[in-house]
Design a protein around this ligand. Structure first.
Ligand code: G4P
Length: 523
């Protein structure tokens, strides 16, 4: 049967948060609201990520939802929503950042008691650099936390976006009664359900009824809402899309309060997939011939199954299972039939994919992070950026007799974007330095070097925590400086490695003409 296209509008987003802010709980609550699940607890993967994935597979079979470890897809009010997973716990890595190249918007999930935390800030910066509009959800309002106005100040000061709350909490953190809908002025009252396992009933009341029912809590909410209004904290779609403001919602993912509103807001405000700029800067429109780019490659860590799964975001056209597409980097055809069939054992529901959707391609040995695949008129998207590394380790073959395998493996893992590889004459070719965003990337190198290249390696962690780009004509000036090392990345960039910020400042004071450049995204 010829698969037909599914032209329902798409919303493709990721949740950015610090561990424990409630991302898994929110994911479950979203799926519950999309009426894909009868009980949110069914996918609670407390036992760890693997548990979540296998639970999802079960869910997929039972309810026909298309899920992979990279994206959760569900239908909501005649839209298709793709929630792209940001692996972001112990396994924080470049992949965490890269998935943000595959989304059109982000939901910044903030713990009401903790405010903005380091990992959230890091991910936010990537969104800002990529001009991804950010919605904010203040979570765990059912638990004691900060004052809501103080939280707004913190957002404004720490990330520079003007918060424009769409809802405002009625009741202090820890006494979450409902929200004031700032557009209609109504009170939306929430009612707890046992364990938050089903949708929380909502009741709308006019201000007079709310005042009579909630007394001081309502009066405080109204007062604060008026303060916000006087301050001009109102939603403006253009400013939101331009990355100047962030709409804010208050929620309790655990109790399912405010979660339906988040979905409605995503449908209403978050951008639909738009044109994608190719390597020359020309836009490829969603309605053009099929194209997609690979933002994540997962190699089977299990030595017996050396399959590689490539996750690609569809940028234009319709992907149909079985289609033969072209791999832009090599010009070779790439058959998706076999690939999808293998993967398809678990996910036969994915016959077509539209712009904004995520497809998983199995046995995609030729595909690397940043690669483009297309059909019809050729296109190549720019390579995916590398991100500022914070962890460094020198690596060498455990058995020096296996130097050839060592070189080949390290080169391959570098090209795949598993880690960045830095070299210098001083360290020689047998002991390059690996640079990573998260230490888990090193574990992947160790496992894959042993399993795939039959070359066990030894790692020595280095004390550096940051890198600065240094112009080629100035690298000499750093020679012999204590605690600083200059190395060449495989793209040719010269990076100076420092143990900490203070060392950067002291070197900068000593050498005022030295032009050290911070590594942002794309550098
Ligand atoms: P993460 O994926 O961002 O790391 O967070 P996760 O959802 O695993 O949530 C971390 C903890 O915070 C969990 O508690 C979870 O139940 C709790 N939590 C999430 N959202 C809310 C909320 O809206 N209100 C309250 N009160 N708690 C919330 P835990 O004790 O670690 O696990 P569990 O034993 O409760 O499952």
């Amino acid at each position: 049967m010829q698969p037909s296209s599914d032209t329902r509008p798409r919303r493709t987003f990721a949740v950015i948060s610090h561990p424990d802010a409630g991302k898994s709980t929110l994911t479950e609550a979203l799926a519950l609201h999309a009426e894909m699940l009868s009980e949110a607890g069914a996918v609670h993967g407390k036992a760890g990520r693997r548990g979540t994935v296998s639970d999802w597979m079960e869910m997929e079979r039972a309810r026909g939802i298309s899920i992979s470890s990279a994206a959760l897809q569900f239908a909501f009010r005649d839209h298709v929503v793709n929630l792209v997973d940001t692996p972001g716990h112990a396994d924080f890595s470049e992949d965490t950042y890269r998935v943000l190249t595959a989304v059109d918007s982000a939901v910044m999930l903030v713990d009401a008691a903790k405010g903005l935390e380091p990992q959230t800030l890091k991910l936010f910066r990537v969104c800002a650099q990529r001009r991804i509009p950010v919605l904010t959800v203040v979570n765990k309002w059912d638990r004691p936390g900060l004052e809501p106005l103080a939280l707004m100040d913190e957002i404004q000061q720490q990330i520079g976006l003007d918060p424009t709350p769409l809802t405002w909490p009625v009741g202090l953190a820890g006494d979450f009664r409902g929200v004031l809908d700032r557009r209609s002025g109504e009170f939306v009252r929430y009612t707890r359900t046992a364990g938050g396992a089903t949708k929380a009933p909502e009741e709308r009341m006019d201000p007079a009824a709310a005042a009579a029912r909630e007394g001081d809590a309502w009066a405080t909410a109204v007062e604060e809402h008026e303060l916000l209004a006087a301050d001009g904290a109102e939603h403006d779609q253009e400013l939101f899309l331009a990355g100047a403001t962030t709409p804010v919602l208050f929620a309790s993912a655990l109790l399912n309060f405010g979660v339906g509103r988040l979905l409605d807001t995503l449908l209403e405000l978050a951008p639909a997939p738009g044109p994608t700029l190719d390597a020359q800067g020309s836009p490829r429109q969603p309605g053009d011939d099929f194209s997609a780019y690979v933002f994540k490659v997962q190699a089977g860590m299990d030595a017996a199954h050396r399959d590689r799964l490539a996750y690609a975001r569809v940028c234009s056209g319709t992907f149909e299972r079985g289609m033969v597409v072209r791999h832009a980097a090599t010009g070779r055809p790439f058959a998706t039939k076999y690939a999808q069939a293998v993967f398809g054992r678990e996910r036969s529901s994915v016959d077509v994919a539209e712009p904004g959707d995520i497809i998983g391609l199995v046995n995609a040995a030729a595909l690397r992070v940043g690669d483009t695949i297309y059909d019809g008129s050729p296109v190549e998207y720019p390579p995916i950026a590398s991100f500022p590394p914070e962890h460094f380790a020198s690596v060498r073959a455990a058995d020096s007799g296996r130097h050839k395998q060592f070189r080949r493996g390290i080169e391959q893992l570098d090209q795949e974007g598993v880690v960045q590889v830095l070299r210098s004459e001083l360290r020689g070719d047998q002991a390059p330095v690996l640079a990573a965003v998260g230490p888990m990337q090193f574990e992947v190198v160790v496992a894959r070097m042993a399993a795939e290249y039959k070359c066990p390696v030894r790692l020595d962690h280095l004390d550096y925590t940051l890198a600065r780009r240094v112009p080629a004509d100035q690298a000499e000036a750093l020679a012999g400086k204590r605690g600083v090392e200059v190395m060449r990345r495989s793209d040719g960039a010269l990076l100076a490695l420092f143990p900490d910020r203070w060392r950067v400042s002291s070197v900068q004071r000593e050498l005022p003409d030295l032009r050290l450049e911070e590594l942002g995204v794309d550098q």
